[in-house]
Structure formats: structure tokens, C-alpha cells
Design a protein around this ligand. Structure first.
Ligand code: ADP
Ligand code: MG
Length: 250
């Protein structure tokens, strides 16, 4: 579903991604872990074109989002093509980014109505089903200010799912939550994983990475230092830096 090859990204003279390569298979759940500032968010943002890459290539579900030009630089297709390709992915951020002036239901139906032109009578029952799935149907007509952080994040997940993505990207979806609220969000994510959603999840939740992810990628200083099956990574990390990181986290 995702093939990224040798992705290079700098902000000014700060090299943030240094030849990062990743493949994500259909139905696979991959956890990306690593210290703050290692480039995890930037990598996700490049995959969904919130940032452009300097070098390397990115394919999404067989479509070329960025291809490596002969001189090494990366070329992008025209804007409508980029939107079409990136429309196959949903993203959930650390900060929930709900529209504050819209109810929970309106938040969920907004993009399907305006971007995908899905009829109201089709999207409303679907949004209600998604709210049921994340356990928030009773909050249908509430405004986000009335919700807890965990509830907001579950609405954000439902909102992303309403666009029927093939791939879900999560950037530390529980980091802004009080500890007692992380469980309900992680449960929703586990449920998605069990339904075989293809997921790339940046997380500090080592329990989630160990139990829900098929594979773990450890990044440090803009590079993938180590990757492997979750069980192997947590049981016997190969690199000194992975061991040091896990030592701090566990
Ligand atoms: P992580 O998510 O692993 O904590 P980030 O991808 O957020 O790491 O950041 C990696 C590096 O890129 C950091 O040094 C950060 O300061 C820098 N960075 C991220 N976004 C920007 C930006 N928009 N402009 C300049 N520097 C940035
Ligand atoms: Mg980050």
C-alpha cells in the first residue's frame, strides 16, 4: 500500500529524513517509534503530502505520489492527481483538529459531503454507524467542547474513516490525552487493526506497539535504525540505540 524509497527531507540545513525507506503491506499495522525530533511526524506528513520531499520516491496503492527524477530530485504529479492519491489515506493527529463550530455529526459528514459529494441521506446513516463503532452515537449532536479528549480523538478517527480510506496514518494519537483516556482510543485502534485496516502508527505506547503492531520501526536522527517483527524488536532489539530507547520507555 505504501512504498517509500530513500526519502530525504531537510528544513533549511537541518536534515530531518535521511534516506528513509518503508513498505507497508495491505492489512499490515506498523508502529513507528523513536525519540522526539527523530523525524517521525515529518515522515508521516510527507506520505500524505503535508510536506514535500527533496529526494526519493513515494508510491501509494500503486500510484506515484513522488518519483525520483534523473537528477535525484523528487517530482510530483499535478495537484488534482496528488489529491486523488492522498485521498486514499486518512490521518489522525495528536491534537484532534475537530471543527469547533460543528457538531460531532457535522464534523464527520463535512468532508464526504463537500469533497466526495456523497449525498446527505447516504452519509448520515454511515456517520451514525461509525459513531456507534467508536462508542459515541449518544454524542452525535454535541459540540467538541463538550467532549473529553479521548472522545474527541475517537470522533477524529470516525471522521477519517468516513472518507473510506485504504490506509490510516496516526501521529501520536494518545499523546495529548490524560493517561486514563488513552485506553479508549487505543481500543478503537486495536479494533481497526483487527478489521485488517492498513495502519502506520507513530506512538509512544509501547504496549500498543508490542501487541497490535505486526512490525516496529525505530527511528533516530532522521534514519530508520532498526525494524522488525514487534515480538522480535521488543524481545531482542539489535541496536544499542533501540535498547537505550526501550530502556527509557519500559
Ligand atoms: P518527531 O515527530 O520524531 O518528534 P519531527 O518530524 O516533528 O520529529 O521533527 C524532526 C525535526 O524536524 C526536528 O528537528 C524539528 O525541529 C524539525 N521540523 C519539523 N517540522 C519543521 C518545520 N515545519 N520547519 C522546520 N523544522 C521542522
Ligand atoms: Mg512528532
Amino acid at each position: 500500500m505504501i512504498v517509500a524509497r530513500d526519502v530525504v527531507k531537510s528544513f533549511g540545513d537541518n536534515l530531518v529524513l535521511d534516506q528513509v525507506s518503508l513498505t507497508l503491506e495491505k492489512g499490515e499495522v506498523v508502529a513507528v517509534i523513536g525519540p522526539s525530533g527523530s523525524g517521525k511526524s515529518t515522515f508521516l506528513r510527507c506520505l500524505i503530502h503535508l510536506e514535500t520531499i527533496d529526494r526519493g520516491s513515494i508510491d501509494i496503492a500503486g500510484n506515484s505520489l513522488a518519483r525520483q527524477h534523473i537528477d535525484g530530485s523528487s517530482e510530483y504529479p499535478p495537484e488534482p492527481e496528488i489529491r486523488r492519491i492522498c485521498g486514499r489515506m486518512g490521518m489522525v493527529f495528536q491534537s484532534f483538529n475537530l471543527f469547533p463550530h460543528m457538531t460531532v455529526l457535522q464534523n464527520i459528514i463535512e468532508a464526504p459531503l463537500t469533497v466526495k459529494k456523497v449525498p446527505r441521506d447516504v452519509i448520515i446513516p454511515k456517520a451514525e454507524a461509525l459513531l456507534g463503532k467508536v462508542g459515541l452515537l449518544a454524542k452525535r449532536d454535541n459540540y467538541p467542547t463538550r467532549l473529553s479528549g479521548g472522545q474527541k480523538q475517537r470522533v477524529a478517527i470516525a471522521r477519517a474513516l468516513a472518507m473510506e480510506p485504504d490506509i490510516m496514518l496516526f501521529d501520536e494519537p494518545t499523546s495529548a490525552l490524560d493517561p486514563e483516556l488513552t485506553g479508549e482510543v487505543l481500543r478503537t485502534m486495536r479494533q481497526l487493526a483487527e478489521e485488517r485496516m492498513t495502519m502506520l502508527v507513530v506512538t509512544h505506547e509501547m504496549g500498543f506497539a508490542r501487541e497490535a503492531a505486526h512490525r516496529v520501526i525505530f527511528m533516530d536522527q532522521g534514519r530508520i535504525v532498526e525494524q522488525g517483527p514487534a515480538a522480535q524488536f521488543f524481545h531482542a532489539p539489535q541496536h544499542e540505540r533501540s535498547r537505550a530507547f526501550l530502556g527509557q520507555m519500559l
